[in-house]
Design a protein around this ligand. Sequence first.
Ligand SMILES: *[C@@H]1O[C@H](CO)[C@@H](O)[C@H](O)[C@H]1NC(C)=O
Ligand SMILES: *[C@@H]1O[C@H](CO)[C@@H](O)[C@H](O)[C@H]1NC(C)=O
Ligand SMILES: *[C@@H]1O[C@H](CO)[C@@H](O)[C@H](O)[C@H]1NC(C)=O
Ligand SMILES: *[C@@H]1O[C@H](CO)[C@@H](O)[C@H](O)[C@H]1NC(C)=O
Length: 466
Amino acid sequence: MWKALSLALLRVAAAGEWNFTVYSAPIKLRYGEVYNNQQGPLKLPEHIVSRYAEDKEMAITGFDVEMVRQAADGSEELVKLNDHYLHHYILSMGRIETMNKVLQHAAEDKMFARMLRGCHGMTRAPIHSFLTQLGDNEDLVTFGSAAGAEYRHNPQRYSAPFRRVIKSPQVWVPTFHVINTNKPLENSSVPYSPLLECPCTPQRKIDVAAGTIDGRDPDPPIRCSPSFAATGNPSCSLSTYVGGWRCCENGVFLIDTDKQCKDPECSEEPEDEVFMKYTFYYEDATPETRHMEPSACCDVTGTTQGFENIEYDVPVCAAGTPPGKCLHIVETVQPVGYYYRHPKSPNDHHKATDLVDIVFAAPHLHVAGLSLELIDEVTNKTLCHVYASKDNAHGIMYGNGTEAGNENGYMTGLLPCVWGGEEAPRFQRNHPLRTRAVYDSSRGHTGVMSLWLMDVSPVSEPDFMI
Ligand SMILES: *[C@@H]1O[C@H](CO)[C@@H](O)[C@H](O)[C@H]1NC(C)=O
Ligand SMILES: *[C@@H]1O[C@H](CO)[C@@H](O)[C@H](O)[C@H]1NC(C)=O
Ligand SMILES: *[C@@H]1O[C@H](CO)[C@@H](O)[C@H](O)[C@H]1NC(C)=O
Ligand SMILES: *[C@@H]1O[C@H](CO)[C@@H](O)[C@H](O)[C@H]1NC(C)=O
């Protein structure tokens, strides 16, 4: 069993034959400030657009992510996590016309817009549903993932014949959530910036009766499964919410600006500028290429298809608990695939009994995460398991140095499980999968996540579009 698992973990499929690199628009932040913005549409290179303008489809085989600072002479420097912290990103790529239809719809429909920018954007369900209605289902692909601090050691490589297939790619629309963490820690009991846990500062106006933060609905909405809410996790209710994504909106500061700044915008602080850099690996799709689509699993705060609260808090363990015994464990069971008439995907015509192969499972955890396990709920077989270890060899990596990718005390890597055509586990869409997440609770944490950012591939697509 372990052998098969480590094979899946370690197999990094060869990159496709070709690659291209694109940069984001600048991300400008002062210390303590949050960027949570959708950019673009940004143009893809002309040779990509023209290659796939007619009948060929682009098959993305993987991509690399980097955060860089550009010097006046054009040279690049890698940005460390204790300089700027990437909380997460979401990518869309496709035909400009389709992208504009989606953005137009988002401008008219607040809920749809929130779903795109929020974590539901990553599940693609709202876009899928909208495009199915339009009949443009393959002209826009949303992918990327929550992959945050661990983006440097989180190889996005898919095993043949599974590919992210895009028809007529012309533009990309990235959403980035970044925090400027660029000040030395003072008197801190932890080696990482406390800002990455998005503390709700005294400046946040939380109105429990109105259900708002700073006059707006929390985004994403606060909503845990009944079973997880019953554990009393502070993150499941606005009245007990003290930190996390909902206090981490665009332009917000994660420091007490009354005490630490001259004005609410900290305008005396210098504004810094960084860029995200993506290198995509691709080939032409062939008749053998099989499409990837988002899985309906797994977020430990939910029990239905897709993500629910997405984040939660890890309360500190009881005083006197021996250090190695301070563990916070959450489990849940969710179906592997999206299927018919799920509210998040009302136009989905997949049947519960349709078959899918699991092809890619990227764990997503925050600092203090110790283990994430994906288990077949029917057979109890472990499908993917990552855990932290001193040698960083079991899928969860922590830094112990100073260089980019090895920042001391930060979670610096999470290795996905990847399956190729022969070995991909095959299930009905409604097959239950269990996720078990373990965090070190020797201190408290806000806004942690325990997700599998997973892709499945339909075994056949009989009534994919109606
Ligand atoms: C990207 O493609 C160029 C040729 O266009 C090649 O020289 C380079 O090695 C490739 N990079 C990677 C990382 O594969
Ligand atoms: C850090 O500790 C020193 C010594 O106890 C104290 O003088 C200083 O004000 C502290 N700094 C902060 C930001 O709390
Ligand atoms: C799976 O584990 C559960 C809980 O330990 C147990 O009740 C069940 O019988 C197991 N199922 C199989 C097929 O081993
Ligand atoms: C840092 O971690 C690596 C494993 O990733 C280990 O080989 C190395 O000895 C560690 N260095 C220190 C100074 O602890």
